[in-house]
Design a protein around this ligand. Sequence first.
Ligand code: SF4
Ligand code: SF4
Length: 203
Amino acid sequence: MKLPAFMQPRILKQAVQATFSPAFTTRFPAEPFEPQESFRGRPRFNADGCVGCGACAEVCPPKCIEVIDDAQASPPRRILVQHLDACIVCGQCERYCPTQDGIHMSREWDFAGFAPEDFEERVEKELVMCEVCGEVLAPADQLRWLAERLGPMSFANPTLSMFAGQRLGYVEQGVQNPSETVLRADRMAIQCPKCKRKTARAA
Ligand code: SF4
Ligand code: SF4
């Protein structure tokens, strides 16, 4: 006669083993839960490692990183806002961050919050403006980071050279052309790529 399933020796053995084995489930929320080392949780900015370039916003699939340039502030500034409520925790921002230290995927997995601020993270950077047209050029930290990577070669670039000169105090300001016409002399100024092309062609 065929025994019922719960009386079969194999099933009985498994039942006894399971009774005396430790639980496989976690005790959360009675005890804190620690995810494994490779767990990809909430992305967090590292203000010291971030240069404000905005590359993370470009590669973010759901576009949940906002880049706000406030040219009217004194000094002008760039604010990067990460909206966690739209984040899909894909890790692309960390992967493509040029400094590899501006944003990291933490192991935070509990995203619950009560206020909109609980789902936002910000980092602010001082902006450098083009001395020729007055438009946004780049964050100061990004220019510094570029100059460090290029080393002495950065002095071949008028913008990086003038920027370094101003920070070191041996240049007060780049050549300022008061007229509408762009001059060749404007090349010796901190300038955006658009003005760089214009001043290269100017007489
Ligand atoms: S440095 Fe990295 S984290 Fe900062 S804005 Fe650029 S890509 Fe984003
Ligand atoms: S983890 Fe993905 S979705 Fe979230 S901010 Fe980074 S790139 Fe955007």
